[in-house]
Design a protein around this ligand. Structure first.
Ligand code: HH2
Length: 262
């Protein structure tokens, strides 16, 4: 899954894809590099980000989704927590509603059931404005897994088919470095819940907590290491900014795994 943020303030690519033409150019690049899915977002969820209204979010994402659909041959997810934005995006051709709030907004689960789209349910402790202040868990892996299992049950009760649900530990969303590492180290526990698991470690700040020199610009090597750890644990989808580099890292790792089995 290639990240396409049509925002002025995303922590890594904010402002770089402003305007439909710049966004389309980047989407074409992600696809050429081998992305299977483009995740279009119109609201930053970085720590401290300020919320955006639905009309503005729609103005950002809909023209891009419409233009991508018009080109054909592309699968699109929309990264939003607002049912009205998701509905318009799915109407325009997005297949998947990627929600960092795991469909907790009023009416969101019902809307997803009506839309019949795929959904990504992501774990977050707190909200983006405050989530990194002092996140705490007893046993982080077990708590995140049980929270996601509850959300999966709740959205199924609202009518979302089980085979349309993906789960996501929400790396960096209300988590310390130790929490992120525990989740990555035991991602197989989440994979055992019976739904495909998506992981988004790409260029996140926990990498800088390990290597203090790693600004967002300099976090590609750490992102690749995290992507491989997630893939090794059985993660089905990697949400990344750097598609070509991630693909190559996966290809080499898979080749070594094949050689091990041969
Ligand atoms: N991370 C971000 C945004 N959306 N969705 C899922 N399912 N999982 C994630 O880990 C995830 C996500 C944050 O990254 P980014 O979109 O690059 O930044 P911003 O929120 O600042 O736009």
């Amino acid at each position: 899954m290639g990240v396409l943020n049509v925002t002025p303030d995303s922590f890594y690519d904010g402002g770089r894809r402003a305007g439909v033409q710049a966004a389309l150019k980047h989407a074409r690049r992600l696809l050429a590099e081998g992305a299977d899915l483009i995740d279009v977002g119109g609201e930053s969820t970085r720590p401290g980000a300020h919320p955006v209204g639905a009309p503005e979010e729609m103005d950002r994402v809909l023209p891009v989704i419409e233009a991508l659909v018009a080109q054909g041959g592309v699968r699109i997810s929309v990264d939003t927590s607002k049912p009205e934005v998701a509905a318009r995006a799915v109407g325009a051709g997005a297949e998947i509603w990627n929600d960092v709030q795991a469909l907790r907004a009023p009416g969101a689960a019902d809307a997803a059931a009506r839309l019949g789209c795929g959904v990504v349910l992501m774990h977050m402790q707190g909200d983006p404005r405050t989530m990194q202040r002092d996140p705490r868990y007893g046993k982080v892996v077990e708590e995140v897994a049980s929270w996601l299992a509850d959300r999966a049950a709740a959205v199924q009760a609202a009518g979302v088919a089980a085979d349309r649900i993906w789960l996501d530990p929400g790396l960096g969303f209300g988590k310390t470095l130790a929490h992120n590492l525990a989740l990555l180290a035991r991602l197989d526990h989440l994979c055992g819940l019976g739904f495909p698991v998506l992981a988004g470690a790409s260029r996140k700040s926990f990498i800088q907590a390990i290597d203090p020199t790693a600004t967002a610009e300099a976090r590609l090597p750490g992102s690749l290491a995290a992507a491989l750890a997630a893939a090794k644990a059985g993660c089905a989808v990697l949400r990344v900014h750097d598609v070509a580099q991630t693909r190559q890292a996966l290809q080499v790792w898979e080749a070594v795994e094949r050689a091990r089995g041969a």
